[in-house]
Design a protein around this ligand. Structure first.
Ligand code: NAP
Length: 441
């Protein structure tokens, strides 16, 4: 069986892992547009959450298994089309994640210093597409929109000091900009209430440990219990509520600190104000009914802020010839199957929800579907055909061995307790792969 997986993040690697179990002698090619593997683990997971990034060690083992090949620096849609891949392989799996920001659809969203979480997270994680993001951090207040874990990542990174970030692999230019910034107030804004918030207790608790920031929660916004929450979510919501109640009572980790993180619930963004650059946001007070539905009350407040970071979810990038659900922002599939031989997994299949491990079940489901609906066709040229096609187009393929050289160079460049200093551009990465190779020769 010859299978191409597009994307080498968690969904791509869990799919490869499941396919290796399903097919004894499969040829599995992981095709990635960047020279670096691991997708969201490298560029999405917060740089101060290094333990979560350990999952890359398991992915590395998969990449090194016989039958698996990494094709880095190959952009599907540009260097090779989906139709060409379907001609070459018995099955093609789209595991391209959801790298684009959703829009709020309110006036002022295009003002300077309104930056969606995909770009903002990419900026502090040194993603080559976002590392040069134009940001002005000479502002006192920031509005972070949304109360999911991405919003907490963004708010925490804005609240941490240089010492707290020293053990992270934050982009050096982001670390410098944050250290020089004038940010004092960070507002984390939920359009619904604390029990509807999708952040998780472990992430919420970290705010109580910040060195330079206190956490402010209005006790009047907190319900007394979480008993009304459905069984399957109650434990986590109870924990969230207890942590918020603690913050409301104690002012987080004490007052008088340089920065303040304010949790504001029942407020939805109505308009972002400013001339060229944002200077305030108008929020509408909301109510939430028993079914969780939000309604506006018409009562507005205006919050002065010089930076707005909407953390309201992501969309997959469409590909030519592949049916796309523009409303939900992912490929149109029937339980993962798009058409004969073409499948989707992970966020590209079901939208941006769940943890990294959620993708394991997706990978297993796709492997089962491939087993049920695809048969090996000896006429498919697979890897050899892809190599020939890319060679003819002068595409520089970065192998997993090349990536290991990039990885080594980044680790060697780390300063102090940081685990690595990431390269900021694709050229630098390719150069690192070559430089080491040439020395070896
Ligand atoms: P999320 O959990 O779905 O949160 C999105 C937030 O945006 C929600 O609070 C949502 O409110 C709000 N929102 C959506 N549209 C809005 C609008 N038009 N105006 C105002 N608010 C709006 O998604 P996420 O935070 O992007 O995270 C994606 C996934 O990655 C999640 O499963 C998350 O748990 C996971 N993740 C995990 C970690 C970790 O484990 N450390 C870190 C980062 C991300 P409503 O609920 O009202 O729609």
């Amino acid at each position: 069986m010859k299978i191409a997986i597009i994307g080498s993040g968690p969904a791509g690697f869990y799919t490869a892992e499941a396919l290796l179990k399903t097919f004894e002698a499969a040829e599995i090619d992981l095709i990635e547009c960047l020279p670096t593997p691991f997708g969201l683990v490298r560029y999405g997971v917060a740089p101060d959450h290094q333990s979560i990034k350990n999952v890359a060690k398991a992915f590395e083992k998969t990449a090194l298994r016989p039958g698996v090949r990494f094709f880095g620096n190959v952009a599907v849609g540009k260097d090779a089309s989906i139709r060409e891949l379907l001609d070459l392989y018995d099955a093609v799996v789209l595991a391209t994640g959801a790298p684009k920001d959703r829009r709020m659809g309110i006036p002022g969203e295009d003002l300077a210093n309104v930056v969606g979480s995909a770009a903002f997270v990419g900026w502090y994680n040194c993603h080559p597409d976002h590392v040069d993001l134009m940001l002005d951090l000479d502002v006192e207040a920031v509005a972070v929109i949304g109360v999911g874990n991405v919003a907490l990542d963004v708010a925490r990174l804005l609240a941490k000091n240089a010492e707290e970030l020293a053990r992270s692999d934050i982009a050096p230019q982001a670390a410098d900009a944050l250290a020089r910034s004038s940010i004092r107030d960070i507002y984390v804004i939920g359009r619904r209430g604390p029990l509807e918030a999708t952040f998780t207790p472990q992430e919420l608790k970290e705010f109580g440990e910040l060195q330079d920031a206190e956490v402010l929660v209005d006790p009047a916004q907190l319900p007394e219990t979480a008993e009304c929450v459905p069984d399957e979510e109650r434990t986590a919501k109870k924990k969230n509520l207890a942590i918020l109640q603690d913050y409301a009572k104690t002012r987080g980790n004490g007052d008088g600190r340089q920065k303040r993180v304010h949790f504001l619930f029942y407020r939805r963004p109505a308009e972002i104000l400013g001339d060229e650059m944002v200077n305030a946001i108008t929020l509408e007070r909301t109510t939430v009914d028993d079914s969780g539905k939000v309604s506006g009350t018409g009562e507005m407040i205006t919050l002065d802020c010089g930076l707005v970071v909407p953390c309201i979810g992501y969309k997959t990038t469409p590909l030519p010839d592949v049916p796309f659900d523009a409303e939900d922002g992912h490929f149109k599939t029937k339980e993962g199957r798009i058409e004969r031989g073409l499948f989707a997994a992970g966020w590209a299949r079901r939208g941006p929800t769940g943890t990294i491990a959620t993708n394991r079940a997706d990978g297993q489901a796709v492997a089962r579907q491939i087993e049920e609906s695809c048969t090996p066709n000896p006429e498919k040229r697979g890897r050899a055909g892809l190599e020939k096609l890319l060679q003819a187009r002068n595409v520089e393929i970065i192998s997993f061995t090349d990536w290991q050289l990039i990885d080594e160079a980044e680790r060697a460049a780390a300063e102090g307790p940081a685990p690595r200093r990431k390269f900021t551009s694709v050229d630098e990465m390719i150069h690192a792969a070559h430089g080491e190779e040439e020395e070896e020769k």
